[in-house]
Write a new protein. Structure first.
Length: 326
């Protein structure tokens, strides 16, 4: 793909049927501080929205004539496909990925870009804090907060900090590594991080590049957390198979069973006895994650013995993907 730099940075925002959340996200992106040290554009990739998304983008664009804000529509195909469309149509030397349910601090972009320039890293990530309702329906512990997308403290290896809500990537990586694999949703970023790490590209972290992940009450529910934990467990198993092979996956599967039966089950019992609601929810999150990991691992290691068709269908993911991923 030929590329002529028109701006320094393209911010790719993927969205689907969240017009009002998108409005606030775009408003935060139009208030970024650049000090005229770099230029940026905003590219909104609309993944089949049927609400007022197009109107919202037009309104924000009309109010901010100094910033190029483009709207691209595609038939509903998933966030990974939408991000790849953003990569294809971007004009910046650097690509920055942002979600429609986030808010950026004014110096967020400057911090990411400055870190990339100083460190020489090809990929830079930053922290994500949760913006919760004033009175959330459930008390959240650290594990359930991470499930909802919180990344506050640096962990090693640094590739664990590559997630699509807050990363800047040099565009030269994509011809070599490819884009995002939508079949790994909701962990397309983890798969991309695995490829970045395997290729040996330098990664850095910008602790002051803060975004806020807006969490509505509808996500602070046991049913929502159970679903997302199952999916994370599911995609984690597939990613381990891809990068570490079946033997490592089999070992991790046994370890994950042990963790669920001992640590998580024990913490669940203790939480019930002492009435610790955050610990109780965190324990369930660990068990749900393990359930998704173990059931998927069994299928991947022995699909004829453990077909798991109904389970995969309930995750709203085509079962055929898992057969082709063996």
């Amino acid at each position: 793909m030929n590329h002529t730099k028109a701006v320094d940075i393209t911010i790719v925002v993927t969205t689907r049927n969240r017009a009002q959340m998108l409005r606030k996200a775009l408003e935060s992106l139009t208030n970024l501080i650049t000090e005229e040290k770099f230029s940026y554009e905003i590219l909104v990739v609309d993944d089949g929205s049927t609400d007022d998304t197009a109107k919202v983008v037009k309104d924000i664009s009309n109010k901010n004539s100094k910033i190029s804000i483009r709207w691209i529509y595609q038939e509903a195909s998933g966030a990974g496909v939408a991000r790849n469309k953003g990569i294809e149509l971007s004009q910046g030397e650097w690509l920055l990925f942002f979600d429609d349910d986030q808010l950026a601090e004014p110096d967020w972009l400057a911090e990411l870009y400055k870190t990339a320039q100083k460190s020489g890293a090809m990929v830079v990530g930053g922290p994500r804090h949760l913006a919760l309702p004033d009175s959330p329906p459930l008390e959240l512990g650290p594990k359930s907060r991470r499930i909802l997308g919180e990344q506050r403290f640096i962990r090693h290896p640094l590739k664990d900090w590559i997630f699509t809500g807050n990363i800047i990537v040099h565009r030269s990586l994509f011809p070599q590594l490819g884009g995002f694999d939508n079949t790994f949703f909701p962990s397309t970023d983890r798969d991309f991080a695995g490829r970045v790490a395997a290729a040996g590209f330098p990664i850095s972290y910008a602790p002051r590049a803060v975004v806020y992940h807006v969490i509505p009450e509808s996500r602070i529910q046991r049913a929502y957390l159970r679903g997302i934990c199952l999916r994370y467990g599911n995609t984690s198993a597939r990613i381990y198979l891809k990068y570490d092979g079946p033997l490592k996956l089999a070992i991790l599967n046994c370890w994950r069973i042990g963790v669920a039966v001992t640590r998580d089950a024990l913490l669940l019992l203790v939480a019930k006895i002492v009435g610790d609601q955050p610990m109780l929810l965190d324990s369930w999150c660990g068990i749900w994650y393990s359930l998704g990991f173990v059931r998927t691992s069994l299928f991947l290691l022995s699909p004829d013995s453990f077909p798991q068709t109904d389970f995969f269908n309930k995750l709203a993911l085509p079962w055929q993907r898992y057969q082709s991923a063996k």
